[in-house]
Every structure is written in C-alpha cells, then in structure tokens.
Write a protein that binds this ligand. Structure first.
Ligand SMILES: Nc1ncnc2c1ncn2[C@@H]1O[C@H](COP(=O)(O)OP(=O)(O)OP(=O)(O)O)[C@@H](O)[C@H]1O
Length: 335
C-alpha cells in the first residue's frame, strides 16, 4: 500500500499543498483531478521523491520514499514517474531510448520486451526512428513505454495523453489501462480529462487550491458530486435552484444536474426558451433560459430553433439523490 501523508508543502514559503492524506492499495488505480495550478504535479513529484517534503511522509509498504535530500539520484527504484516533459534522448532511436531503461541482466529478452511495449503504444514501425524526428504525441508515447520498460510497482502519470490527438488517445487508453491492471501495477494518474478517469480509475482524489476536496470511488463521486467544482471536472453541469423544479419546495437550495439528465417534453415541466443549440456529434448541447432568467444546458437528439420553447424534466430519483445531505455521507465514505 502507498501511504501519502502531506501535512504541508511550500515553494519558497508559498503554501502549495495542505493536509493531503490518502492511501492507495496495491494494484489500485486512482486519479488526481483538479483545475490547473491546484497542485497535482507537485503532489506527484513529492511522491516520486523529486521534491523534499519537510512536513509529512511517503511510504510504499514498509519502505519510506526519502526524497532528494537523501537520494543521490532522486526517485525510488520501484516507482516510475511520467512527467509532462518527456525526458527522452532525442538523437538516439526509439528502441535505444526504451532499452536504456531495461536491466542489463535481461539483455537476451530486451528485443521481446521492446516489441511488447511498442505494440502496446502502437508504434512498432518506429523502433529504428530517431526520437527527434517524432511528433510531440509520438514522443509522449515513447516516454510512456520508457517508464514501463522495467515494470514499476507504482506508476505516476502526469497528464499522460496531453500531447496525443483524440484518435490515438482513445486507442492508447484502451490498451494501456487494462495492461497496467493485468500487471498489478499501482497507478496514480493526474488528469483534466474525465475520459481518462471515468472508465479506468477506481477512485478519484480531487484537489483544489492545494487541499483535498474529495477522495471517493469513481462512480459514487460522479453520481453524488458534493459541489459544483467537483461536478464540473466531469464536464458540463447545471446548478438548478430547487424552487424552479418544485414551486412548493421551501428549500433555498440547488441541485447539480448534468445535461444528459434533463428529459425534454413538449407539454409539461420547466419551461425554457432556447438561446443556443450546438452540434456535438452524438447529440446537440442546447442552452435555454427560464422565465426567472436562469440559463440551463441540456442534451437533445435534435437541433432546436432559437427562441422556441421546450419543457425540461428531471427524474425524482435524481433530485432526491442530489439533495441527500453530503457532509455526513462524504466524511463517512472518505475515511
Ligand atoms: N518549481 C516551482 N516553483 C515555484 N512554484 C511552482 C513550481 N512548480 C509549480 N509551482 C506553482 O505551484 C502551484 C501548483 O502547480 P502544479 O504544477 O503542481 O499544478 P497542477 O495542478 O499540476 O497544474 P496543471 O494541471 O496545469 O499541470 C502553481 O501555482 C504553480 O505556479
């Protein structure tokens, strides 16, 4: 188990992380989510041992990760970190870059291992190509193969697909995450992209301004977002005042509703006047305004004319789920 206890961390007196405590079981995949600048990369660098942690500790089982003040070469041998800059040797070939990270004691199996990794990242044809002649996305894939070369026990991925186009990104996720799971590798992935997280991570740790806002099982967090910040990490979300939905509701509160959770009716529900209708491939993302002036975004299978009206409905089940008191729920679950 990886045990992360960060009481505080600062860069030259500027506090960046505060009271971040969590454990990751062996073989578990967790995601670090949070807006840009919230401290995700800093946390990964601390865990890997690139930054000195004065107040706190990192343990992998019984072994303590001691950081740069103790290790001549920063980093721990059982852990690998894929940083946002790829750290490759540009004037050598793809296979040489990967082989660099394979053990000299297993030379006879190097070729097989390199082929296995290049197949996984779908770059088998580039084995002999010099890294400097690859695109940014291709270099990121090689960097990924490099950190996997000597199977780490713990893998820290910082925006692993940031430079890769959507087409390749989907294929790579599809290959990579099951591969890591089969190998029993413990993974922490920092990402802004819900597609990296929703299907592949067991748990999500949310960071905002250097503090941990949530640490929960993925589906549970998606379905019960405790606040707007967390819900919006998954994409579009509406904050709907409850009195718009139930005129008799005495509560001065609002519920978080994802655009796909609205059902459109031509007859009854919450009336909105269409202000925007945007093609999104599989559906239209439509914006409508209530008579009180609230703007709501919902999905529709059809395009809607500007200034036309529709009625929106949300299932009672969803409303009740979102109205559940979150404080007790989250404190209990997150321990
Ligand atoms: N070496 C550094 N020296 C000083 N401040 C730094 C350093 N690295 C990062 N910071 C600051 O620490 C804060 C957290 O940065 P960090 O890179 O950890 O955020 P992040 O959540 O990973 O962002 P992103 O998603 O954009 O990568 C930011 O305000 C950043 O400016």
């Amino acid at each position: 188990m990886l045990d992360v206890q960060v009481h505080s961390f600062d860069y030259d007196g500027r506090l960046i992380l505060k009271d971040i405590f969590f454990k990751v079981n062996k073989g578990e995949h967790i995601a670090l989510m949070g807006e840009s600048g919230s401290g995700k990369s800093t946390l990964l660098k601390i865990i890997y041992g690139l930054l000195h942690l004065k107040e706190g500790s990192i343990f992998w089982g019984e072994k303590q990760a001691l950081g740069p003040n103790y290790n001549l070469v920063p980093g721990e041998p059982y852990m690998k970190y894929l940083s946002q800059d790829f750290d490759l040797m540009p004037f050598t070939t793809v296979e040489e870059n990967i082989a660099e990270h394979l053990s000299v004691f297993t030379r006879e199996t190097h070729a097989d291992r390199i082929t296995e990794l290049l197949e996984m990242i779908e770059m088998k044809d580039y084995a002999k190509t010099k890294v400097k002649n690859l695109s940014g996305g291709q270099q990121q894939r090689i960097a990924l193969a490099k950190v996997l070369a000597q199977e780490p026990e713990v893998l820290l991925l910082d925006e692993p697909f940031g430079h890769i186009d959507n087409f390749k990104r989907n294929a790579l996720r599809y290959n990579l995450f099951p591969y890591l799971r089969n190998k029993g590798i413990t993974v922490i992935t920092a990402s802004h992209d819900p597609n990296d997280v929703l299907s592949y991570c067991d748990r999500i740790l949310v960071i905002k301004d250097g503090k941990c806002l949530a640490n929960h099982e993925t589906q549970l967090l998606y379905q019960n977002p405790p606040n707007f910040y967390i819900a919006s990490l998954f994409g579009e979300v509406n904050q709907v005042p409850i009195r718009l939905l139930k005129s008799y509701a005495p509560l001065d509160t609002s519920v978080l509703i994802y655009p796909h959770e609205f059902k459109i009716s031509k007859e009854s529900g919450l009336k909105v006047e269409i202000t925007k209708s945007q093609f999104r491939g599989s559906h239209f993302l439509v914006e409508g305004e209530t008579k009180e002036g609230y703007s709501l975004r919902f999905n529709s299978n059809e395009e809607h004319d500007i200034s036309s009206s529709v009625y929106l409905n949300i299932s009672l089940e969803t409303i009740n789920l979102r109205l559940k008191p979150k404080e007790a729920f989250w404190t209990k679950e997150s321990s």
